[in-house]
Design a binder for this molecule. Structure first.
Ligand SMILES: C[S@@+](CC[C@H](N)C(=O)[O-])C[C@H]1O[C@@H](n2cnc3c(N)ncnc32)[C@H](O)[C@@H]1O
Length: 253
């Protein structure tokens, strides 16, 4: 039986315990006083880290409930409602840096997304993109189940939906858009990319995540419970190992 979803702001706030944005920040060529956009800021956790490191940061998101929570949690920071897909240099002027964690996958046309970011940056400005690769890839599993999941990813891509394999596509997209790569790596993540059996709170977060995955429900239909149950079983297995990665790429314009 799948869990009832938590409210999204609660969910995103809880997720922060598993993220490693502090490690990511060490790879970002931030200079105190720089103007930075946190695109798709959610509840503002990364915005707060950047502000603490001396950035003049603006968090941007389209979701009212998330923006409300971000403002409650970080009243001293600036958060604005915009569709990242509609931003241009006239919105905030060109900025020194852009952070976007777990946002690129919402843009099926990654080259266009990256080209838009380039237009928002000053010459020499930096962009740091964090994205999942192979969200549902968790062992133990059979080869047939792996192929089944790959079929779902391909279907989602063909629909112009969530980019389940965008992590691996970040660096080529940035390079093709004329950025100079500064850092390519992966981040540890206690919910998405780890070894060993998931703790009870991580399992609960995954159950809740599945309730939000409408595309997956559409694709699998009657098999949705079985497929999500198999992934939950893999996550809880003593021999669990994530194939899912959290990729980070930092580049300069
Ligand atoms: C998976 S969450 C990641 C939130 C946050 N960056 C983090 O790392 O916790 C994706 C965020 O992107 C936002 N988002 C998705 N599409 C967007 C768009 N077109 N414009 C602005 N924000 C968007 C969502 O509202 C959500 O807050």
């Amino acid at each position: 039986m799948l869990a009832t979803a938590m409210a999204l702001p609660d969910e995103y706030e809880r997720q922060q315990r598993w993220r490693r944005y502090g490690d990511a920040l060490k790879q970002v060529p931030l200079v105190r006083g720089q103007r930075v956009l946190d695109l798709g800021c959610g509840v503002g956790a990364a915005s707060a880290l950047f502000a603490a490191a001396g950035a003049d940061v603006i968090g941007v998101d389209v979701d009212d409930a998330l923006l409300l929570r971000a403002r409650e949690l970080h009243a001293e920071l600036r958060f604005e409602k915009h569709d990242v897909g509609a931003l241009d240099a006239s919105t905030f002027g060109r900025v020194d840096g852009i952070w976007a964690s777990f946002v690129a996958a919402y843009f099926s046309d990654l080259p266009s997304f990256v080209a838009r970011l380039r237009e928002l940056l000053v010459d020499g400005g930096w962009v740091a993109l964090v994205e999942i690769d192979d969200l549902l890839g968790h062992e133990p599993r059979s080869a047939a189940f792996a192929a089944d999941i790959a079929g779902f990813y391909a279907w989602a891509r063909a629909q112009g939906g969530y980019g389940f394999l965008h992590g691996r596509a970040l660096a080529p997209a940035l390079r093709d858009a004329g950025f100079e790569l500064v850092h390519e790596g992966t981040l540890e993540d206690g919910e998405l990319s780890f070894r060993g059996p998931a703790s009870a709170d991580v399992v609960e977060a995954w159950r809740s995540r599945f309730t939000r995955m409408g595309g997956m429900r559409t694709y699998y239909g009657d098999r949705f419970g079985e497929v999500s149950g198999e992934i939950l079983a893999a996550l809880q297995a003593p021999s669990h190992r994530s194939l899912c990665r959290v990729d980070i790429v930092v580049a300069r314009r």
